[in-house]
Design a protein. Structure first.
Ligand SMILES: NC(=O)c1ccc[n+]([C@@H]2O[C@H](COP(=O)([O-])OP(=O)(O)OC[C@H]3O[C@@H](n4cnc5c(N)ncnc54)[C@H](O)[C@@H]3O)[C@@H](O)[C@H]2O)c1
Length: 254
């Protein structure tokens, strides 16, 4: 164990599976006290004991302001500090601009981007009291590309990027020693992608060859989150980091 996060307390949302779970496991292994949360309490409780003794699972709906408030109160009273926030919970919803409804659009934005506002709003004061820290917001390549079948999802992920940049500048101006960055993966082999592939049917998400070329594993994303969460990245603030094997810089004629 290299203990790259020794002495730090980390909160990771949407962590009962996929990228969040891989990140919780890695951060616990690297010495952090991990609080991993998810709306899926059954799955979260089931894996809680298998992760590590320094990982605590809490049921948490990221769309609920009261949940954020009580989780931050709990972290403050139990651990007295918070150094890392990973806003990871999200949903992927199929629907182009004609199919998507206002209710569907609002649901996606509540889970994917309103939650990031709430998370930062509630966590920042404790992170400041703790002497600083790192916020990692999970965005997506869909914040950069136009994704016709995911009108609401792409827009919600772009909102996260804009918010992160304004938080990053706020933090640097107030010299609070907190950093805020976004990650933009293309495809990650997680339940989210597998469930969507089954649901999307003939509206294939990407050509199989392209999908294969840019696909990564949840552990690849967790390694990047670990770097951004650790002091090794202490001068990276306001960055939007592509994690896509070169997808976003590949010209269309190649
Ligand atoms: N999988 C990909 O290809 C991909 C690509 C780019 C970005 N991302 C982003 O990476 C992050 C992780 O994605 P993943 O693939 O691991 O997804 P996933 O669906 O496997 O896991 C997401 C988790 O979020 C939880 N969740 C959903 N709604 C919630 C809510 N209201 N409150 C709390 N938890 C809730 C789910 O229960 C689930 O455990 C997401 O932000 C996603 O948008 C994923």
């Amino acid at each position: 164990m290299s203990e790259r996060l020794a002495g730090k307390v980390a909160l990771i949302t949407g962590a009962a599976r996929g990228v969040g779970l891989a990140t919780a496991k890695l951060m616990a292994k690297e010495g952090a006290q991990v609080i991993f949360t998810d709306i899926n309490a059954e799955q979260g409780q089931e894996i809680a004991n298998s992760i590590s003794s320094n990982a605590l699972f809490l049921e948490h709906d990221v769309t609920k302001e009261a949940d954020w408030s009580s989780i931050l109160t709990h972290i403050k009273s139990k651990y007295g500090q918070l150094n890392i926030l990973v806003n990871n919970a999200a949903i992927l919803q199929l629907g182009d601009i004609k199919e998507e409804t206002l209710a569907g659009w609002q649901k996606v934005h509540r889970v994917n981007s309103d939650s990031v506002f709430l998370g930062i709003h509630y966590a920042l004061p404790l992170m400041e009291e703790s002497g600083g820290g790192s916020i990692v917001n999970m965005s997506s390549s869909s914040a950069i590309f136009g994704m016709p079948h995911f009108a609401a999802y792409g827009a919600s992920k772009a909102a996260i990027r804009g918010l992160s940049q304004s938080v990053a500048v706020y933090c640097s101006q107030t010299k609070n020693n907190v950093r805020c960055n976004t990650l933009h993966p293309d495809s990650i082999m997680t339940p989210m992608v597998m469930e969507m592939s089954a649901q999307a049917g003939d509206r294939s998400l990407a050509e199989p060859e392209r999908a294969k070329a840019y696909l990564c594993q949840p552990e690849d994303v967790a390694n990047t989150i670990l770097f951004l969460a650790s002091d090794e990245s202490k001068h990276i603030n306001g960055a939007a980091i592509a994690l896509d094997g070169g997808a976003t810089v590949t010209p269309p004629y190649l």
